[in-house]
Write a protein that binds this ligand. Structure first.
Ligand SMILES: Cc1cc2nc3c(=O)[nH]c(=O)nc-3n(C[C@H](O)[C@H](O)[C@H](O)COP(=O)(O)O)c2cc1C
Length: 188
């Protein structure tokens, strides 16, 4: 697969085969994610890998609960559109994926979002190149319970930037259309 093919092949995957992702594969993908650039080469990213099904479900429930609490105090929340899904006991925000990777780091780091998002992009391409499917799950980042955070290796000084699910896809959809880029060319 050349790079252009890889760019088109990466799609958000929400339907997975019942097949584990070998831990060595996850380790290799994470190493490649760390080839991403970072501000001042600070590499603030940390990774928490969860393959325990029950823990992934508890993390989904925790995120849903906190999203609903956010909607209750702010009815204009952008999450309002997902309110019914958040109430649905059977809906797992992580789409029942066999593996979940949180990319996170110290919240005081000035470029944490940019650096972790770049690592997430690299991670998604590294996974795609190995025939895996991924999806960034913004709805899964609302993990506040201190004990649950501790269980997955996060301190109170950390912030989750990118929850990424990984698994072998049942199928890969065709690329979605993109809007034409808005570009201003300034040339002499
Ligand atoms: C920051 C971010 C948050 C996202 N959150 C979710 C999410 O919570 N649930 C989900 O199913 N997809 C989520 N997605 C996936 C997007 O819906 C998807 O990237 C977009 O529709 C384009 O489709 P493609 O990735 O297949 O090209 C998220 C993507 C990004 C970049």
């Amino acid at each position: 697969m050349n790079f252009q093919e890889l760019l088109k092949k990466r799609r958000s995957i929400r339907n997975f085969q019942k097949k584990e992702v070998p831990i060595e594969v996850i380790t290799d993908i994470i190493k490649e994610a760390c080839l991403a650039p970072s501000a001042r080469h600070s590499q603030p990213w940390r990774f928490s890998v969860i393959t325990h099904k029950d823990t992934i479900k508890r993390l989904s429930d925790e995120s849903k609960k906190n999203i609903l609490a956010g909607i209750a105090v702010n009815p204009d929340s952008p999450h309002k559109a997902y309110e019914a899904a958040m109430h649905n006991e059977r809906f797992n925000v992580f789409w029942n994926a066999p593996c979940l990777v949180f990319i996170y780091g110290p919240k005081k780091h000035d470029y944490l979002d940019c650096d972790c998002a770049l690592a997430a992009a690299y991670l998604m391409f590294a996974a795609t190149e190995r025939g895996l499917g991924t999806c960034w799950i913004g709805l899964g980042s609302h993990i506040e319970n201190p004990e649950l955070r501790k269980e997955i290796g996060l301190t109170e000084d950390d912030r989750i930037v990118a929850p990424i699910i990984i698994g072998y896809p049942k199928s890969i959809p065709e690329p979605r259309d993109r809007a034409e880029p808005e570009v201003v060319f300034i040339s002499s």
